[in-house]
Design a protein around this ligand. Structure first.
Ligand code: SF4
Length: 315
């Protein structure tokens, strides 16, 4: 089967089965596309679509308004999404560009937090430029389709470039992305449903081309103190890398007594055992918040979880 036929089959499949309803697929607004790509970097599609993307756009309707808003407001809207550096970079980019994103790969990649992938996604999905976009889904399809064993992502990109449909690069990239997400899935790909079946060189041993490294996690124990006065909880601005610029509970040394309880929390590569103590004394500067004020404050998901935890304890 020649490449043209594969392109045609892929696009017909995309017409029927693609995820066209995703809101960022129905716009050419570069800010909307940029925002969705940044949110989707570490967060599942459904959560971004339902919980964060619409609310964020409602609050910051343009990139310009985002840049003109205080960082705290941006972090507060990002609260719960994790990887807060993404929100800080969005804010910085909004300010640097004064709300107007550049339209070339080269210029986009100069902006904070915009790497090769995000820049090419903006150029392809927003500007319909003939560039390849290679995320984990597309990489898996390309490796299997061309039966590429143990190759670098640079090599995968070269193959993706050679396979690009320059007549409709945007839909071609989106189709490959959806194919990887819905059909050419990591385990047990559904080859009998695949529009590329006839020309796929790796279909007989698909698993061979996408051996994944086992994820490595870092286990840590963290100890926090809860100090409550007049119904308000003491929080301070974190200066450690994990939760930089977010409000967190004060850290304490492991104590002999006053343990309120413990819970587990997963954050990026960390697997945390969190222990919460009741404390009376504090040293340093604190922000005092009542439970209602937690809602709109730039608070880490760990602190939010801790608050729910001790709320259940009747504190
Ligand atoms: S035929 Fe199978 S392995 Fe090849 S691209 Fe399609 S789903 Fe993936």
């Amino acid at each position: 089967m020649n490449t043209q036929t594969s392109h045609k089959n892929l696009l017909s499949w995309y017409d029927k089965h693609g995820r066209h309803q995703l809101p960022w697929r129905n716009t050419d607004d570069l800010y909307h596309i940029y925002l969705s790509e940044i949110m989707l970097q570490q967060t599942q599609v459904n959560r971004v679509r339902d919980e964060y993307y619409p609310q964020f756009l409602q609050r910051f309707s343009t990139l310009k308004s985002l840049g003109e808003s205080p960082l705290d407001d941006v972090l507060s809207m990002w609260s719960g999404l994790g990887y807060y550096r993404r929100a800080k970079n969005l804010h910085k980019t909004a300010q640097l560009t004064q709300g107007i994103l550049p339209t070339t790969l080269k210029e986009l990649k100069k902006l904070p937090g915009i790497g090769q992938y995000t820049a090419s996604a903006i150029c392809s999905f927003g500007l319909h430029q003939a560039v390849t976009v290679v995320d984990t889904n597309i990489s898996r399809v390309i490796k299997r389709y061309f039966a590429l064993l143990d190759v670098s992502e640079k090599v995968v990109s070269e193959y993706a470039k050679g396979f690009l449909n320059t007549h409709n690069p945007r839909d071609h990239n989106l189709a490959l992305m959806d194919l990887g997400s819905l059909v050419c899935v990591p385990k047990n790909p559904k080859c009998d449903e695949c529009p590329l079946f006839d020309s796929c060189q790796g279909k007989d041993e698909a698993q061979l081309y996408t051996k994944t490294k086992k994820k490595e996690y870092i286990s840590m124990e963290l100890f926090f103190g809860v100090c409550i006065k007049d119904g308000k909880i003491a929080l301070h601005l974190s200066d450690d890398n994990m939760y930089k610029d977010m409000l967190v509970l004060p850290k304490v040394e492991p104590l002999e007594e006053n343990l309120l309880g413990s819970f587990k929390h997963a954050y990026t590569k960390y697997r945390l055992d969190v222990h919460i103590y009741s404390i009376d004394e504090l040293d340093g500067e604190f922000v005092w918040l009542c439970a209602e004020e937690f809602e709109n404050a730039p608070i880490s998901s760990l602190t939010r979880k801790a608050q729910k935890f001790f709320h259940k304890k009747g504190l």
